[in-house]
Design a protein around this ligand. Sequence first.
Ligand code: NAI
Length: 247
Amino acid sequence: MQKVAAVTGGAQGIGKAVALGFARRGYAVAIADTDSEAGLEAVDGIVRAGGAAAFQRVDVSKEEQVHNWIVGIANEWKRVDVLVNNAGISRNGSMLELPLAQFDEVIGVNLRGAFVCAQQAAAVMKRQGSGAIVNMSSTRALMSEADTEAYSASKGGLLALTHAMAVSLGPYGIRVNAISPGWIETADWQKSSQRQTPVHSDRDKLQHPIGRVGTPEDAAAACLYLCGDEAGFITGQNLVIDGGMTV
Ligand code: NAI
């Protein structure tokens, strides 16, 4: 039976590379994203490459939309083998002035959204007796920069959520791990580095001893590894992929 991977925020950036990576491994891929145009394009790319994929417009902070998405996948494809909680936003700004609504929004998508998706997907995985979940954290969970409180807290929370869910779901054959990327060159990163001076953009590269920022494919490879049989005894872990930035 064909395996099924569910990827949130899979319309662009890291999530898009993750979705394509699973499709290349023979998974049917279900992409959830708030950006329908990019989501449909991502599906098109997978189908043109010979894979199977479907898109649904889902805001991960809305539990009813998540519920309908996961139920739809289980009806259509009968299983959910992998969930990658990749959808994420940042609202950085002066710690002293950040509106609480923005703090809540970031936690709502990055942390609560991941929990809602995991809760729904794990119900299907429990029935199957197997599954793998990957939460997209960040090196921001490990080292801070000024005025990134909401984002850093959401990503730190994801690491604790990963530990807790690994313990809760292990008995059902479900593994839960996290990935913490350093800078990954996505449209979002490019936008923020363009806002910065060239010095800042060079600084991003220099922060990584490997001498470059990461690619979405670097992050996708880590996801594929953690969800594969070769990682069958790994759960509750955080795989840092940052070219050595945090060592
Ligand atoms: P991106 O902005 O390129 O892609 C994020 C995707 O998530 C977009 O397609 C967006 O439409 C979708 N999304 C946003 N809010 C959503 C919601 N409420 N429901 C469903 N989908 C939603 O971002 P990128 O760079 O690909 O990042 C992906 C993940 O990796 C995020 O969780 C981010 O925090 C994390 N990350 C990124 C790093 C980087 O340097 N790019 C570094 C470390 C972590």
